[in-house]
Design a protein around this ligand. Structure first.
Ligand code: IPE
Ligand code: IPE
Ligand code: MG
Length: 237
C-alpha cells in the first residue's frame, strides 16, 4: 500500500466533506441518506489515511452556518455523529485514531458533548489524529482567539506587544497542530466556506468533481499526486 517516496502523503490533509445532499438527490433519497453515505466515506478515508501514514486528518463535518438547514436535516446529522462516536469509542483500540474537536461544542446536545470529550480523552496516545470540525467556523475561531488573547492581556498575563503569529496560533482550536499542506474539496464547489481561514494561508487546494459519498482511496491518491505537481513557493522564488 505504501506510495513511492515522491508521492508520500503530506503530514496534514484537510477535507471539506461536501456533496452529500446532491448525492442523495441524484438517487431520489432524503438528504439524510446522503449524510449517512458521507459518514461511510469518512470511515473509509480515515482508515486509508492511517494506512498511508498521514499524521493529521482534519475534516469539516458541520459549520457554524449549517444550523440554517431544516431542523430535520440537522437532527439527522447529529444522530449520525452520535452513532459514529459511539462506534469510535467502542472500536478505539482497533482503529488507533486520536480525536480532537475544533468548534464550539456547547451548542451540541449534552449527550453529544460527552461523547466528544470521551473520544478526546480516551484516544490520547494513538497514531493518526483526526480533527473533527463541528459547529466550526474559521471566523468564529479567530474571534474567539482574539477574545481569549484580549482577556489575557487585560488580566496582565501577557504583554500585547509580544504577540506573534505563532503565539496567536496557540489560541486557535488547532493549537499545536501544524497547518495543513493540502486541503481537498470534493463536490465541484470552489470556495472555502469558512474553513481553516488562518491555517490555510499557504495550503494547496485541490477541488474535485466527485461527491463526498463517492470519494474513494483512489481519489485521495489523485489529490496527493496533484499536490506533488504543485510548486510551493511560500512567497519566495
Ligand atoms: C456536506 O454535504 C455535509 C454538510 C454540510 C453537513 P451537503 O449537505 O452540503 O451536500 P450538498 O452540498 O447539498 O450536495
Ligand atoms: C461546507 O459545506 C461545510 C461542510 C462540508 C461541513 P457547505 O455545503 O455548508 O458550504 P456552502 O454552503 O456550499 O458554501
Ligand atoms: Mg454543501
Amino acid at each position: 500500500m505504501a506510495l513511492p517516496e515522491q508521492l508520500s502523503p503530506p503530514r496534514h490533509i484537510a477535507i471539506i466533506m461536501d456533496g452529500n445532499g446532491r448525492w442523495a438527490k441524484q438517487r431520489g433519497l432524503p438528504r439524510t441518506a446522503g449524510h449517512a453515505a458521507g459518514a461511510e466515506a469518512f470511515r473509509r478515508i480515515a482508515n486509508y489515511c492511517r494506512t498511508l501514514g498521514v499524521e493529521y486528518l482534519t475534516v469539516y463535518a458541520f459549520s457554524t452556518e449549517n444550523w440554517k438547514r431544516s431542523a430535520e436535516e440537522v437532527a439527522g446529522i447529529m444522530k449520525l455523529l452520535r452513532r459514529y462516536l459511539e462506534e469510535a469509542l467502542r472500536d478505539m483500540e482497533k482503529n488507533r485514531v486520536r480525536f480532537r474537536f475544533f468548534g464550539d461544542l456547547s451548542r451540541l446536545s449534552p449527550e453529544l458533548q460527552t461523547l466528544c470529550h470521551d473520544a478526546e480523552n480516551r484516544s490520547e496516545d494513538y497514531d493518526v489524529q483526526v480533527n473533527f470540525c463541528l459547529n466550526y467556523g474559521g471566523r468564529d475561531e479567530i474571534v474567539r482567539a482574539a477574545r481569549a488573547f484580549a482577556a489575557d492581556a487585560a488580566a496582565g498575563r501577557i504583554n500585547p506587544e509580544t504577540l506573534t503569529e505563532e503565539s496567536f496560533s496557540g489560541y486557535l482550536y488547532s493549537a499545536g497542530v501544524p497547518d495543513p499542506e493540502l486541503i481537498i474539496r470534493p463536490s465541484g464547489e470552489q470556495r472555502i466556506s469558512n474553513f481553516l481561514l488562518w491555517q490555510s494561508a499557504y495550503s494547496e487546494y485541490v477541488f474535485m468533481n466527485v461527491l463526498w459519498p463517492d470519494f474513494t482511496s483512489a481519489h485521495l491518491d489523485e489529490a496527493i499526486a496533484e499536490y506533488h505537481r504543485r510548486n510551493r513557493r511560500f512567497g519566495g522564488t
